[in-house]
Design a binder for this molecule. Structure first.
Ligand SMILES: [Zn+2]
Length: 78
C-alpha cells in the first residue's frame, strides 16, 4: 500500500511556458520554452502556424534566478 509522503514535496525543476495567439482562431496556445523557430499546431482549431522562438540566454537566466525551481518556493513552506 502507498502511504502519503510525510511532507509536501518541493519542486525539483521548472519549465517556462510561453503563450502564442493562434492567427486563425485567436486562442492562446501554451508552448514550453521554444528555443528554435518552429511550426506548432493549434490544439483548438488544429491548424499549423510558425512561431518566433524565445532567446535561450533569457530563458536560462530566469531559470537560474529561481534555482531551476526550488528557489521559487514560498518561504513559508521552507
Ligand atoms: Zn487555432
Amino acid at each position: 500500500m502507498n502511504r502519503p509522503p510525510a511532507k509536501p514535496v518541493k519542486p525539483s525543476g521548472m519549465e517556462l511556458v510561453f503563450f502564442y495567439v493562434c492567427p486563425y482562431c485567436r486562442r492562446q496556445i501554451p508552448v514550453p520554452s521554444p528555443l528554435l523557430p518552429a511550426m506548432i499546431t493549434c490544439n483548438v482549431c488544429g491548424r499549423d502556424f510558425p512561431i518566433v522562438p524565445v532567446d535561450q540566454y533569457t530563458a536560462h537566466f530566469i531559470r537560474l534566478m529561481m534555482g531551476d525551481g526550488p528557489a521559487a518556493v514560498d518561504p513559508d513552506y521552507l
